[in-house]
Design a protein around this ligand. Sequence first.
Ligand SMILES: [Zn+2]
Length: 279
Amino acid sequence: MSYQLCRDIYIYQSSVWQTNSAVIINEAANVVIDPCYFPVEIQVMADFVNRRRSFNKYIIFTHSDFDHIVGYQYFKGAKLISQEEMAFCDREAQVAQLKEIDQTYYIKRKVPFVFPNIDVTFGQDYRIPLKSDELAMFHAPGHTGDSAFIISTAKKVMFAGDYLSDLEFPFVYFNTGAYRKSLDLAEKLVRDFAIKYLVPGHGDPAVGAGEITARIKADQEYLDALREKAQDLVVQGLQEREIIEVLKGIEYKNEGISGAMVRMHEENVKAVLKELQTF
Ligand SMILES: [Zn+2]
C-alpha cells in the first residue's frame, strides 16, 4: 500500500508488520528511508524512484534491524547513510533473522541480501541540504544503539524509526535509560521543528501536535513506571522471577499488556534489571 503524505513525500507500507518506507522526491534529490520489505513491494517503490532522474540519491536507515534495511540493493547509485553505531550491530544476527523468515514463508529474493556497507555515517547529528528542504538526522539510541530520527525540516515530518508506533509499546533492544532520553529528544524535536506528521517504522503516522504528544507521553509513562517499579522491587530484595511477575501488572495506555506483547514486556523488564546490575 502506498500514499502521498504531503508534497514530495510518499509512504510505502508493507503488508507485513505495517512496516513503513518513505520516499522523498524533489528537484534536488531523491531519498529513500528504510526500503522494505517483500521483493515485489520493494520493486514497486524502486520503479517509482528510479524513474526520476536525480543527481543526488540517498538511502537513509533509521537503524540496523533487518526489516528496515532489506531493500537497499534495488536502488542503484544511492549513497547509504546511517548513524555510526551501525558498525557495531550484530550483522550475522540480522542476516540470520531475515533468512529464517524468508525460509519460513518461501520468500525468494532474486538479489541475495548482503548487509549494507554504509557510505556516510554520523555521530550526534547530520544535515543534508536539499534545494527546497533540509533533512536533519539525530542519534536516538534506545531501541537499538544506532537508532536515529530523521526530519524533513520544510515539510515538518519526522521519521521515528522503531519509536512511537501506534501498534506497539517500546521495544528496548539496547538500553531503557537511553530509550527514555530519546523520547525526551523526540519531544524537543517535535517542538523545535513544529512537526506536523510523525511517521513510525510500523503503523500509521501521528498527525498534529495532539496525537504526536500523546504517543510520546504514553511511552514515557510506560518506561518511567517500568524503571521506577523495578528499582523499588530490587531495593526490596525481590528476585528476578518475582519482579517479572509483579511488573506484569504495568499498564500501557491505561490497559493491561496482553497477547504477543507480554513477551516483549518481559524482555524490557529484564533489560531494566540488567541495567540495575543486580542480577
Ligand atoms: Zn522494525
